[in-house]
Design a protein around this ligand. Structure first.
Ligand code: KIV
Ligand code: ZN
Length: 513
């Protein structure tokens, strides 16, 4: 008989803490809906007290996503807990997740608190959270570097105070499987009432051991796993959901556990996270990397042709990688397009489908072969549309070995056409300078990255930029067969998102006064 393991996804909280990963409220909602479809049990949607944007995202996700428990992180203070509850209270079965550091180094250097103070704070805060809900999780931050006796005392206190889930994080990715097994085994033996709570594992990947430590945690008795899609997260990231789930599924003979993950949704979810965070997945990444199912060497190819099982321990279909890589083009009809959309995990309304199909036809006129990546860009662009103040109407650049790069741009700002021209260090710089001048923005460009999203010289270039103004950040995407056009589109998109974010934050501030 297999035992059930609960999947707690923290892509929207710990994953979002990764440098440069932050998403808009709409993007977080799109991801939360996809996580629901994937079948995760808990979605940690954010840290509500940390910013107005996080508060709003948690509130909207709790209200709109009902197929998973929605969780909000808080420190062990009354104000954090009250704020988190304010965001979560509209949810179906919301969870308050409280944490405080327990290792001596964190106590002395970070918190400046004694063990007694931390112990008392934890107990009082769990009791306070319990006034709102019985669904309370407590985490001992840096548990794996905590004195074992004090960890025991903290977990005992958390159980007594009424936590339903107790998490033992390897916050700095320091532990090894044998040690983690010992920590969990000791707690299970020594803490009174431990059988009444769910023990949880939360591992970071600083030494590349996050998944191995997580599996050790499960085998030692943890029944909740905290993880992120593609392993995104602070520093080297968190344990990757797809690796844990597929390890449990593929090695059922060794690991007698089951989850409620719809594994066919893994690949679409991984692609969505890639798109939203802009973090490229390395080709050799387990389960979801582009080469995870590619067989290059002659001996391997020969083996796979004779019997897939010679070199394949799981099928690409089982993680949702579309079996036939049918390439769409100009002559492809609505039926083929619809089928591909469904295989990619897009659940479009009739109206969205019709618009997407029109955009697909327009792209197919410019580009011979349309790959999955092109389709994803096209749909994401459309689904994540926000109200736009700026529209790029016209762009002309001159560049080359003998000329000074220059750009001439026409924008529409709130419906009014404006036009100007500037020189630059290159054509992209010239285009950005002209757009900056026309919009009068003070935003700083933080990130500019270009990727060819498909092969060939007619490939679409995908540009991602990140801008910041007054502490508010926003990302923009642009895709086009001409990378200068893609860059200008991405920059205008980022400025629109920045504007939208600023307005939203002002609105949220007004509402919370
Ligand atoms: O890594 C960690 O310790 C955390 C806690 C807040 C659970 O993310
Ligand atoms: Zn963490």
């Amino acid at each position: 008989m297999s035992e059930r393991v609960y999947i707690f996804d923290t892509t929207l909280r710990d994953g979002e803490q990764a440098a440069g990963a932050s998403m808009t409220v709409e993007e977080k909602l799109v991801l939360a809906r996809q996580l629901e479809k994937l079948g995760v049990d808990v979605i940690e949607a954010g840290f509500p007290v940390s910013s107005e944007g996080d508060f709003e995202a948690v509130r909207r996700i709790a209200e709109e996503v009902r197929g998973a428990e929605i969780c909000g992180l808080c420190r062990t203070t009354v104000s954090d807990i009250d704020r988190a509850w304010e965001a979560l209270k509209g949810g179906a079965n919301p969870r308050l997740h409280l944490f405080i550091a327990t290792s001596d180094i964190h106590l002395q250097k970070k918190l400046g608190k004694s063990r007694e103070q931390v112990h008392e704070e934890a107990v009082l805060s769990i009791r306070h959270a319990r006034r709102y809900t019985a669904n309370v999780e407590f985490s001992c931050e840096d548990a794996t570097r905590t004195d074992p006796e004090f960890l025991l005392a903290m977990v005992t206190a958390a159980v007594e105070a009424g936590a339903r889930v107790v998490n033992i994080p390897d916050t700095v990715g320091y532990t090894v499987p044998e040690e983690y097994t010992e920590i969990i085994t000791r707690l299970r033996k020594a803490v009174p009432g431990i059988d009444q709570v769910i023990l949880s594992v939360h591992c970071h990947d600083d030494l590349g051991l996050a998944v191995a430590n997580t599996l050790a945690g499960i085998q030692a008795g943890c029944r909740q796993v905290e993880c992120t899609i593609n392993g995104v997260g602070e520093r080297a990231g968190n344990a990757a959901l797809e690796e844990i789930v597929m390890a449990l599924r593929t090695r059922r003979d060794q690991l007698h556990f089951e989850t409620r993950i719809q594994t066919e949704q893994i690949y679409p979810t991984s692609r969505l996270v890639r798109k939203l965070t802009g973090f490229v997945v390395p080709p050799n990444k387990a389960v979801v990397g582009a080469n995870a199912f590619a067989h290059q060497s002659g001996i391997h190819q020969d083996g796979v042709l004779k019997d897939k099982l010679t070199y394949e321990i799981m099928t690409p279909q089982s993680v949702g990688i579309p079996g036939n890589r049918l390439v769409l083009g100009k002559l492809s009809g609505r039926h083929a397009f619809k089928q591909r959309m469904e295989e990619l995990g897009f659940d479009l309304s009739d109206e969205q489908f019709n618009t997407a199909f029109r955009r697909f036809k327009a792209l197919a006129d410019k580009k011979k072969e349309i790959f999955d990546e092109d389709l994803e860009t096209l749909v994401m662009d459309q689904v994540l549309q926000i109200p736009r103040k700026y529209h790029l109407k016209y762009l002309n650049v001159t560049a080359g070995t003998e000329v000074m790069p220059a750009a001439s741009v026409q924008l529409e700002i709130d419906g009014n056409p404006v036009r100007d021209a500037e020189f630059g260090d290159g054509p992209v710089d010239a285009a950005f300078k002209t757009i900056t001048k026309l919009t009068g923005t003070k935003a700083k460009l933080l990130v500019f990255s270009v990727n060819a999203i498909t092969g060939g010289t007619d490939a679409q270039g995908e540009v991602r930029v990140r801008v910041e103004e007054g502490g508010v950040e926003a990302s923009g995407f642009g895709a086009h067969t001409d990378i200068i056009v893609a860059s200008a589109k991405a920059y205008v998109d980022a400025l629109n998102r920045l504007e939208y974010r600023k307005q939203n934050l002002e609105q949220v501030k007004k509402e919370s006064l």
